[in-house]
Design a protein around this ligand. Structure first.
Ligand SMILES: NC(=O)c1ccc[n+]([C@@H]2O[C@H](COP(=O)([O-])OP(=O)(O)OC[C@H]3O[C@@H](n4cnc5c(N)ncnc54)[C@H](O)[C@@H]3O)[C@@H](O)[C@H]2O)c1
Length: 266
């Protein structure tokens, strides 16, 4: 029970990784605010947590709207007390060829993915600095570290890494730790449309992963809970890839190098 007495907000908590994180933090004693732009999803997850004996509150929150974010933090404080843990998990990625990405799509993906993390972090920092403790976890992506498509989303995910470092330095002296996780492909509802069009997508993508499979939300949850816990008390400003080895290197390229003429081998 690493989070007994803690209050945690999970944005985008109504689906996929956010839902699993909400359950895992609740199972370790935290009171959970499940915040999602789709209120029905937030309520469903909050109900699941309550039914399992945990403490939860559903909030319909669009993380791109300052008023919604303020209301979310106030509701958390009123119901459970000041927020100890914020997980910036909500994000948006629109599939489109770069030359077809319109202004609205760019602004939308960047707003949910990056501005949302700014607004939510700003909203919890007053209480965290006053209390002299707090944890912010930013869910980034391997898309922040290299090219895997979705340019607007990827640029925003890269922006999150600097936001992580900036806040870690700025608020470390107040006892606030800020870290980022960069997951690889996760089997979540975010992939539903692609999977419907292309049922073999996970099997094909898995071949790029040194560990031979794509991830499950549970693969990431362990790292998030560790970084949120006191076991990580001296870790701040870090970016942890949780990606089955994807960003460690490129096996196919290495094989091409070895196959080539001897003077190409370094
Ligand atoms: N699934 C993957 O392959 C993958 C890979 C790397 C990183 N990630 C990251 O993991 C996180 C969770 O992704 P997921 O795959 O679980 O996605 P998901 O689509 O299953 O869930 C995302 C949730 O965010 C909510 N949301 C969207 N816009 C919002 C807004 N403006 N305000 C509040 N909530 C909003 C959605 O309603 C949804 O419930 C994201 O940050 C994503 O970028 C996912």
């Amino acid at each position: 029970m690493r989070f007994q007495g803690c209050v945690a907000i999970i944005t985008g908590g109504g689906s996929g990784l956010g839902r699993v994180l909400a359950h895992r933090f609740a199972a370790e004693g935290a009171a959970i605010v499940v915040a999602d732009v789709v209120g029905q999803r937030a309520r469903a997850v909050a109900d699941e947590i309550s039914e399992a004996g945990g403490k939860s509150l559903a909030q319909t929150t669009d993380v791109t709207r300052a008023a919604d974010v303020e209301a979310m933090v106030m509701a958390a404080r009123d119901e459970f007390g000041p927020v100890d843990i914020l997980v910036n998990n909500a994000a948006q990625a629109t599939d489109a060829d770069f030359l077809d990405v319109g202004e609205e799509t760019w602004d939308g993906d960047v707003a949910v993915t990056l501005k949302g993390s700014f607004l939510c972090s700003q909203a919890v920092l007053a209480d965290m600095t006053k209390n002299g403790s707090g944890v912010i976890l930013n869910i980034s992506s391997v898309n922040a570290l290299g090219y895997y498509g979705n340019e607007a989303y990827s640029a925003a995910k890269a922006g999150i890494l600097n936001l992580t470092r900036s806040l870690a330095v700025r608020y470390g002296p107040f006892g606030v730790r800020v870290n980022a996780i960069a997951p690889g492909t996760l089997k979540t509802p975010a992939w539903e449309q692609r999977q419907q069009k292309d049922p073999g997508v996970f099997e094909r993508v898995a071949k790029w992963y040194p560990l031979g499979r794509v991830g499950e939300p549970e693969d990431v949850a362990g790292a998030v809970l560790f970084l949120a816990s006191d076991e990580a008390a001296w870790i701040s400003g870090a970016v942890l890839p949780v990606d089955g080895g994807l960003t460690a290197g490129n096996m196919q390229m290495m094989q091409e190098i070895i196959k080539g003429p001897k003077d190409h081998i370094q």
